[in-house]
Design a protein around this ligand. Structure first.
Ligand SMILES: C[S@@+](CC[C@H](N)C(=O)[O-])C[C@H]1O[C@@H](n2cnc3c(N)ncnc32)[C@H](O)[C@@H]1O
Length: 465
């Protein structure tokens, strides 16, 4: 935000307070305040212009022109704007309430797009550049990531359709890298859809260990399944539609885990996964889903499983067997990613989408106080359950694409207080990353201006014995 024309010196004196409040307050509030402050000596007029008045609710003001008049020195006009950022007023107010400086979005428009090139195709960068008709700039701090100009579309390219590349923000890549996944690990992605991080996790496992993706939204998880199949990387994957706050299926490690099921009871075993299902089967599945909806704690719905995921050959009761209280500590997941649902305020591109979705939707989904309180509870419960399913000595990464303290540091702080076996860890590779420390030591924040990525918060936690 800046003032591009200075008022005369004497006017400066009287207006400095009001101009300061303009700078630190969202525009509509500032304008109201400016007009409301009484002054005997000065006549104040605010000429408010909204460059997108039809879209911005509550009298959205993206630019404010202030006319300051003095009886003896005449008038001058000052223009205050936000550096031409298309931030709606209500969003600016939300940022202020959350102590966030709007200037972190000042370069958001010029942030490049990022793609991840599957490591085995990195030798063909020239071919991919030729096809996309642009230069791929290597992201020096993040292996296999490249930036491309923001206008380049990749979805229609062969490289994308053949699964050589996929779009993924560099900060999201950093969150996955922070998990330090090793071949053979059993990994849980508790909020997996639409699946960019899931795909990267698959690549890192390269057909070893196992990967379990969970999401509460069936249609979004179906998109993950499509991606895994398109890229042929879902061999060790299982996908469950389930509420991540109550999900309780442990990784399948070995046959001994099925001990305890009654050999006398013969149950149907899962066959190899196939997309081809008879109408009868599809109808049966739909009915089961409908029945499930009305249950308070519905059983997870298995949406996909790869050939080496350990599911084929198990019976339903083996897969969904109840777990004992302390069992996850020894046979839980080695790595858990909780990329929690949030207000997405770190991604200005996401916020701008509300221009077509409607600002009322922004109010409801992002700014509404009740919604943010609910999110805090959801995020805390997802983190708590993710940690419960983590093996002792394992690592959990909590991330959100919100930059508010309430959805990040507050969630972590409360969680650490309630879980003495949880310990925050340094992300060791982060010293080369273009991020800042969060409010709690060892946590990290990517903001658009500093990192040239979308906004993201990352906390890495380990489980002590
Ligand atoms: C930030 S997105 C995850 C992005 C994903 N990790 C990726 O890289 O593509 C958050 C996801 O959490 C899911 N979600 C919301 N509430 C949930 C819950 N209670 N349990 C599991 N998933 C939930 C949403 O459906 C959404 O897909």
């Amino acid at each position: 935000m800046f003032i591009n024309q200075k008022p005369p010196p004497s006017a400066m004196l009287i207006t400095s307070f009001q101009l300061h409040s303009v700078i630190s307050t969202a525009y509509s509030q500032a304008a109201r305040k400016f007009l409301a402050v009484p002054s005997e000596k000065w006549e104040k007029k605010a000429i408010l212009r909204s460059s997108a008045s039809s879209n911005c609710f509550s009298g959205g003001i993206l630019k404010m022109e202030v006319k300051i008049c003095s009886s003896n020195e005449g008038c001058c006009t000052s223009q205050v704007n936000n550096g031409d950022l298309p931030l709606p007023v209500a969003f600016l107010e939300f940022l202020e309430e959350n102590g966030l400086d709007p200037s972190i979005y000042s370069l958001a428009e010029s942030i490049p797009r990022y793609i991840r090139v599957k490591p085995e195709f990195e030798s063909d960068i020239g071919g991919i550049e030729f096809e996309l008709n642009c230069k791929l700039e290597k992201v020096i701090w993040l292996p296999s990531f490249y930036s491309i100009p923001p206008h380049i579309q990749i979805a229609s390219s062969q490289s994308y359709q053949l699964g050589k590349i996929y779009g993924m923000d560099a900060a999201s890549g950093a969150a996955v890298l922070a998990l330090n996944v090793l071949p053979g690990d059993h990994v849980l992605d508790l909020c997996a859809a639409p699946g960019a991080k899931l795909c990267m996790l698959c690549d890192m496992l390269s057909g070893t260990g196992s990967l379990t993706g969970v999401d509460v939204a069936r249609h979004r998880l179906a998109a993950c399944r499509t991606m895994l199949q398109k890229y042929s990387i879902g061999d060790v994957c299982r996908l469950f539609v389930c509420d991540g706050t109550s999900f309780s299926v442990l990784p399948f490690r070995s046959k001994y885990e099925t001990a305890g099921t009654d050999p006398e009871v013969s149950e149907v075993k899962f066959a190899e996964w196939t997309d081809r299902k008879s109408r009868k089967e599809k109808r049966r599945e739909r009915r089961a889903r409908e029945r499930n909806y009305s249950k308070p704690n519905p059983e997870p719905e298995l949406l996909f499983y790869g050939r080496n995921s350990g599911v084929a050959g198990l019976s339903k009761s083996e897969l969904f067997r109840p777990i004992k209280d302390d069992e996850p500590c020894s046979s839980g997941y080695d790595k858990v990613l909780v990329d929690a649902e949030c207000t997405h305020d770190g991604s200005i591109k996401h916020i701008q989408k509300f221009e077509s979705w409607g600002w009322k939707t922004l109010q409801r989904r992002v700014l509404d106080a009740e919604r943010t309180d609910d999110l805090f509870n959801l995020q805390s419960r997802l983190l708590t359950n993710g940690f419960k399913l983590l093996k002792t000595g394992g690592t959990l990464v909590y991330s959100t694409c919100s930059l508010t303290i309430a959805q990040n540091e507050d969630v972590i702080e409360r969680f650490l207080c309630l879980n003495p076996s949880a310990e925050l860890q340094e992300v060791d590779v982060a010293d080369k990353w273009p991020c800042k420390p969060g409010r709690i030591p060892k946590t990290l924040r990517f903001d658009p201006t500093t990192s040239q990525t979308s906004g993201l918060f990352i906390a890495k936690i380990s489980k002590l014995p």
